[in-house]
Design a protein around this ligand. Structure first.
Ligand code: AMP
Ligand code: GLY
Length: 427
């Protein structure tokens, strides 16, 4: 089969890596891809807003299935566009993509279906928002309604700050958002839970824990994700059952009732408090870097899984995840998530040996004259699969020592909560 993956991050490189292992794969195209995907797929440059351009590439390359990695083209309706032109595509349609594209849509869906989530108000004017803030006090969470590349959420500890952040959103700081969501602050520990969904059924696709803050010990500004591990230490059988029955199944049923059954990967960002799950957010795709750690554990042929899903035969397919632990540490450009330098050479990558247990997935990189150069804030994902998280981490840190990049930095403490909670560090 000929497949095309849309996107250019570590998530897309990890997806390409798994597809490339399939015996059924004939041709793999990545639009636009990065220096990592270039070694296993044909990279073709195209603006992800240009659906017509993407369609032309897909026709020219005789692509059987298109897999969409990032949220923006999904929210913009790429699935609808391609399906209208008889292209098979894996991902939710524009309507269903509102689960991530509009926090107001997601919160209203929760309310109508009794899905546990933080109490909230949705506002399009400052006076009403201010009243809500004063009535509810702090801490309070202020969110932009639309996509904001991970920058649209602020946890505010003062009324002043909450009002300022609300004003910024209502004054159009994020072009995608005219509304502000004010939310009750939830205590607990976060868990990322993934499923793959077709029109008839859904299957568990792994759990993970991301590290969003830039600094060690989870301090500093939010980022797209500085590192992750899988599986999450929080997921027990009873919690799993609650997540399915109280959150996921009511959501999938609601989407069916809207006439837009969900299809594709679905990522629930959950807060776990006293063994009860609360939905913080939905993402309509795999997480990045969570995808990388789940792909390290995936034992089933990814192409078969996606092919089954496209044919609505998911219930017949088995999804096997290795019981070992996987971790990724993201090597970033100094200055990220603020300003950072681009086009800086990353040396000695060829000294790193990769195998089933150790992989580097590229994110913001490109190749020029046989050199690997940086092009983004999150640049490389160093991944390892091992019997314990401690071993996975030390393997990654060894790999990082071999890479010579003066303009890079990373967090050495990924997985610290899981490791600290376990006296023997045996996890
Ligand atoms: P979101 O983009 O909605 O996932 O929010 C980004 C991050 O903000 C989440 O991963 C949480 O760490 C935090 N967060 C969002 N909403 C809440 C909430 N209601 N209570 C506590 N933390 C939250
Ligand atoms: N790592 C968080 C996300 O992909 O949304």
């Amino acid at each position: 089969m000929n497949l095309a993956v849309i996107g250019s991050g570590g998530r897309e490189h990890a997806i390409c890596y798994k597809l490339h292992k399939s015996k059924r794969l004939k041709k793999l195209v990545c639009i636009p891809g990065n220096a990592g995907t270039e070694s296993i797929a044909e990279n073709i440059n195209e603006d992800l807003k240009n659906f017509e351009g993407i369609y032309k590439i897909i026709k020219k390359k005789n692509i059987d299935i298109v897999i969409v990695g990032p949220e923006q083209p999904l929210v913009d309706g790429i699935v609808d566009y391609l399906k209208e032109r008889s292209i098979k595509v894996f991902g939710p349609d524009k309507f269903a993509s509102q689960l991530e594209g509009s926090k107001a849509f997601m919160k209203e869906l929760c309310k109508k279906n009794n899905i546990p989530t933080a109490g909230y108000g949705i506002f399009d004017n400052f006076n009403d928002a201010e009243k809500f803030i004063k009535k509810n006090g702090t801490p309070i969470v202020v969110k932009a309604d639309g996509l904001a590349a991970g920058k649209g959420v602020s946890i505010c500890n003062s009324i002043f700050d909450a009002k300022e952040k609300t004003k910024e959103i209502l004054n159009g700081k994020f072009k995608s958002s005219k509304k502000v969501i004010l939310e009750q602050f939830l205590n607990g520990e976060e868990l990322s839970y993934f499923i793959i969904v077709d029109r008839k059924s859904y299957k568990f696709f792994g759990s993970a824990q991301d590290h969003k803050r830039v600094g060690e010990g989870d301090i500093g500004p939010n980022t797209g994700g500085m590192g992750a591990y899988s599986p999450s230490k929080l997921l027990t059988n009873s919690l799993d059952e609650k997540i399915r029955k109280k959150i996921l199944e009511p959501t999938l049923n609601a989407m069916k009732a809207y006439g837009h059954p969900y299809e594709g990967f679905l990522y629930a960002g959950l807060m776990i408090f006293k063994d009860e799950p609360y939905l913080i957010e939905y993402n309509i795709r795999m997480g990045d870097p969570e995808c990388q750690v789940i792909m390290m554990r995936l034992e089933t042929d990814l192409l078969n899984i996606i092919d089954c899903s496209i044919k609505n035969n998911l219930s017949d397919s088995e999804i096997k995840l290795n019981k070992k632990k996987s971790m990724t540490i993201v090597l970033c450009a100094k200055g990220y998530p603020g300003n950072y330098k681009k086009n800086s050479e990353i040396k000695n990558l060829s000294f790193v040996k990769s195998n089933e247990n150790n992989q580097i997935f590229h994110a913001g990189t490109y190749k020029k004259n046989d050199k690997i150069l940086s092009s983004g804030g999150r640049v490389l994902n160093i991944c390892s699969l091992a019997n314990t998280l401690v071993n996975a981490r030390s393997q990654i840190l060894d790999t990082l020592k071999k890479i010579n990049w003066v303009d890079g930095f990373f967090r050495k403490d990924i997985g610290w909560r899981a490791l600290e909670n376990n006296e023997n560090n045996k996890r």
